[in-house]
Design a protein around this ligand. Structure first.
Ligand code: FAD
Length: 386
């Protein structure tokens, strides 16, 4: 007889770790997490910018954040480990009436769902946040002070360490190579470390999720998309505390990191694919946006060797895909976060634990994020993707 587990989680990134935590906290003892790398964090989680925000455009994403951000704030009480949560805010800056209308709609939706701290800013308020801004074309914006940053590695390892204390097992350096299915139900997984018998498998394989789903004969519409980040050398004269600042005219955004900045921009020319090499020509593109919005940033220095790239796991409507695989008992998806997997990892862990144990959850309407939405014409576009 092969060894058995109540639940096998494939992937020990922040999502698999949160699910392991939530399952063990709910009383499941025999949870096995399988990670092919010899340490955690070598997938998308270790490449993340660590941003957390509730400023989304759809109800379901706002609700995911309204569960997750307070959870990250009290992370240490729940897990015993720090999350590094810094409530420095996210500031969206509008430069045309279309942006203003968009932000006003989102603002009303966010407030209606209970985000009380969101603020509407006038151009003068924005200038106070960063006096060096070129603000002649800025006509308003929104700031949510409970948005901010966490340390993704700390959250991931905190979730996993607590899960292990509660009885979960983590196998590192072990790849899942197959998912066994009999009569429409999962019966086990094959790994480079032998077979495991189980009736419940969770796909938490990040950008590799579509390939893992195919092991069980399931289709999952997820594509990896390279995403590059540019840290700068220390830069004098910045305010002590800055929010994530998003220039809606270009999509360029940045936050403080140590004495310098980390800058990001979604290059529309980037094509899907498994690429994590950093393209040095990206530095000039991003510095152009930076100097255009903050003239003194023309002096920013960047060491190309400190820049990096990782992969977003993109779904067709930029929402995660959560819950059971249709027509296949025992396979669950926790995939397709489209750039939001760190900030939504707490809600995801809770939702997956609820769905596995009880078949329902009260965090969101789980049908909204079911993979069936694509076949049934219920995709819900998230436009606030950075
Ligand atoms: C540059 C960049 C910036 C980002 N910024 C943010 C941000 O500011 N805020 C935010 O919320 N999100 C951000 N994201 C997105 C976020 O990082 C991801 O959504 C999140 O990390 C996904 O976590 P995961 O656990 O699903 O995937 P991963 O961290 O990729 O973990 C998946 C794990 O599965 C393992 N695996 C895969 N296949 C197998 C197999 N067959 N057998 C065993 N193990 C397997 C992999 O080795 C990997 O460790 C960013 C991403 C990038 C690339």
């Amino acid at each position: 007889m092969p060894p058995s587990a109540d639940v096998v989680i494939i992937g020990a990134g922040i999502v698999g770790s949160s699910i392991a935590f939530h399952l063990t906290a709910a009383g499941v003892k025999n949870v096995l997490v399988i990670e092919r790398e010899t340490r955690q964090g070598l997938g998308s989680t270790g490449k993340s910018m660590g941003g957390v925000r509730a400023q989304f455009a759809t109800d379901v994403n706002i609700r995911m954040s309204l569960y997750s951000i307070p959870f990250l704030n009290r992370f240490e009480e729940s897990t015993g480990y720090p999350s590094g949560y810094k409530p420095h805010g996210y500031l969206f800056m509008a430069t045309n009436q279309g942006h203003i209308d968009y932000l006003r709609t989102n603002f009303a939706r966010q407030q209606a769902l209970g985000l009380k701290s969101i603020q509407w800013l006038q151009p003068d308020d924005i200038r106070k946040v960063l006096p060096q801004l070129r603000s002649d074309d800025i006509i308003g914006g929104t700031l949510c002070p409970t948005d901010g940053f966490v340390d993704p590695n700390s959250v991931m390892t905190g979730f996993m360490a607590r899960a292990v204390e509660l009885g979960a097992t983590l196998w590192r350096g072990t790849e899942v190579t197959g998912i066994d299915v009999e009569n429409g139900a999962v019966t086990g997984v094959k790994t480079t470390n032998g077979s495991i018998s189980t009736r419940t498998v969770v796909n938490a394989a990040g950008p590799w999720a579509a390939g893992v789903a195919r092991m069980a004969g399931a289709e999952l519409p997820i594509e990896p998309l390279r995403r590059m980040l540019v840290p700068t050398e220390p830069f004098p004269g910045l305010p002590e505390r800055l929010p994530m600042i998003i220039d809606m005219s270009t999509g360029w955004h940045f936050r403080q990191e140590g004495l310098g900045l980390i800058m990001a921009w979604a290059d529309p020319e980037q094509q899907p694919g498994f690429r994590t090499d950093f393209d040095p020509t990206f530095i000039e593109k991003i510095l152009t946006f930076a100097a255009n919005r903050v003239p003194s940033f023309a002096e920013l220095a960047v060491n190309p060797r400190r820049c990096w790239a990782g992969m977003y796991e993109m779904s067709p409507d930029h929402h995660s895909i959560l819950g059971p695989a249709p027509g296949l008992r025992g396979l669950f998806f926790a995939n397709g976060f489209s750039g939001h997997g760190v900030m939504h990892s707490p809600a995801t862990g809770r939702i997956l634990s609820d769905l596995i144990l009880h078949g329902k959850t009260d965090i969101i309407d789980a049908e909204t994020l079911s993979v069936r939405r694509f076949a049934e014409g219920r995709a819900i576009e998230e436009t606030a993707v950075l």
